[in-house]
Design a protein around this ligand. Structure first.
Ligand code: FAD
Length: 456
């Protein structure tokens, strides 16, 4: 490996914005979102209520416009717009996206319910065999929205593969938005003044612009910046490290961030997978990702030929010591959740950063612990306390064992609970248990960062 550049090695230096600058950027994004979500709702509630239309009727329409604006903005929330998303972690974006779907569903559902309360005859519009086209589009949009939420909430019990879910999610979202726009246009009543009409048309225009950017312009840019697989290395725990290099590009990233990889697929295809960069941020000329064999795609990663072209979209995410300044860090990981933390540790070692660190690493066996030997070396190089927690320890093992639970966290992290930053990455059940235990030992939720590997 190349030596890290000397000017970057000075102590605990970090790149980019300070915590408060990130906070301000995050708050500005939130204000922009709130404005875009609320403007249609407020506009529809403007005082000039026409004669013959009840408040309830107008209110129901305003709620529906608000819900629709939020649903349309989901395109923006989930799009990979790096500058816009940079202040937020992937877990926050995921939870927000999910919560907004339910809020929007409630708002959109309230529309027909309030119309029926206002005038019972509205109920007949639900008979799609006899109702006018505008009402059929409304029913279609509602059904598509319910289908999106059901499939996303129950993908795993329904045994729907991630790829199929993703394709159906995109198609249903498009269907829902088109049907809703058709409904609004056919009703016509609320978009009949030029200003309201232009404003309302600006929303679909924004959705289309974001889709064209993410699905056409961005892949076209990636196509011009191909990376290649330089080596494929087997690791402990059924994992493989791909070392990637680019003749045209160098990626500056914060340690712990992740990228979307198009491995053996065109950047225009939807076949892309997220992986944390595991290598040091001080060596941006060569990216390493370590991938655990899990399903269709990851099981074949070990067979990747060297020289294979890869398209790398990133970096993304906030799960990084460079984004959260502290004097003391505690990392709690399970299984392949070690990868983003490995990047942070390698980077801190390259920077000769001697801030106190604790790594609590759970896995089935010691043999399954990816990077175990390197971690033991890093223990010497950094000010690192390494706590390996195998659930099935070998005979004679005197260290921790079993689950990463509250008593274990109390033993190894209670002394820094009030001031350290905590980074947690691993299987969902483990993250939830650790989150509860950390709170019990006195860690404030504000001090905890999560990286979720399973998005749906
Ligand atoms: C931010 C982030 C960082 C990650 N970093 C790493 C890492 O460093 N090393 C590692 O081994 N794994 C990492 N993962 C997980 C990795 O992306 C999945 O294990 C992989 O995509 C599974 O693909 P599969 O087809 O082999 O497995 P499948 O069995 O098809 O999927 C297993 C699970 O992975 C998720 N998944 C599958 N396909 C995709 C996709 N195209 N996009 C998003 N999620 C998907 C779904 O939750 C699915 O339930 C990371 C995930 C995220 C979100």
């Amino acid at each position: 490996m190349a030596e890290p550049r000397m000017q970057d090695r000075a102590g605990s230096k970090r790149r980019g914005l300070t915590d408060s600058q990130w906070l301000i950027r995050g708050a500005l994004g939130a204000v922009l979102y709130a404005a875009l979500a609320l403007v249609p709702l407020i506009l529809m509630l403007t005082p000039s209520r026409p004669t013959g239309r009840t408040f309830l009727r107008e209110f129901s329409v305003a709620l529906a416009f608000g819900g629709m604006a939020m649903l349309g903005l989901q395109v923006l929330v989930t799009a990979r717009l790096r500058r816009l998303k940079a202040p937020y972690g992937i877990d926050a974006v995921y939870h927000f996206h999910r919560a907004i779907s339910f809020v929007s569903l409630a708002l959109v559902f309230a529309h027909p319910v309030l119309l029926i309360v206002d005038d019972r005859s509205t109920l007949s519009l639900f008979n799609v065999f006899s109702s006018p086209l505008r009402a059929r589009f409304a029913v279609l949009a509602l059904v598509a929205l319910v289908a999106i939420i059901v499939l996303s909430s129950f993908r795993q019990p329904l045994r729907l593969s991630y790829e199929r879910w993703r394709r159906s999610h995109g198609a249903l979202a498009l269907l829902m938005l088109c049907a809703a726009v058709a409904h609004i246009e056919l009703v016509g009543y609320h978009v009949n003044s030029p200003f309201k009409r232009e404003l309302w048309l600006a929303y679909p225009a924004l959705w289309i612009a974001v889709i064209v950017w993410t699905r056409v312009f961005k892949p076209a840019r990636l196509l011009r910046q191909p990376w290649t697989v330089e080596s494929v290395r087997e690791e402990r725990g059924r994992a493989w490290t791909l070392s990637l290099a680019s003749a045209t590009d160098e990626m500056q990233f914060n340690p712990g961030q992740f990228v979307w990889l198009h491995l053996g697929a065109s950047p225009f295809a939807m076949a892309e997978h997220p992986f944390s960069v595991a290598s040091s941020a001080e060596r941006p000329e060569s990216l390493e990702v370590t991938i655990k064999e899990l399903g269709d795609f990851t099981s074949g990663v070990g067979l990747t030929p060297t020289g294979q072209v890869v398209y790398v979209d990133g970096p993304y995410g906030q799960f990084s010591v460079d984004r959260h300044a502290a004097d003391n860090y505690v990392f709690i990981v399970g299984g392949v959740g070690i990868t983003p933390v490995m990047s942070m540790l390698r980077t801190l070692a390259d920077r000769s950063d001697l801030r106190p660190l604790t790594l609590i690493y759970g896995a089935a066996t010691l043999d399954d612990m990816t990077f175990r030997e390197e971690l033991e070396l890093l223990e010497e190089k950094l000010s690192l306390k390494l706590v390996l927690v195998p659930t099935e320890p070998p005979p004679g093992w005197e260290g921790e064992r079993g689950r990463v639970d509250e008593p274990l966290l109390r033993r190894h992290a209670s002394d820094v609970a009030s001031h350290a930053e905590f980074f947690v990455c691993g299987p969902e059940a483990m993250m939830q248990a650790v989150s509860g235990s950390l709170r019990h030992i006195g860690v404030h939720p504000r001090q905890i960062r999560y990286e979720m590997f399973g998005l749906v």
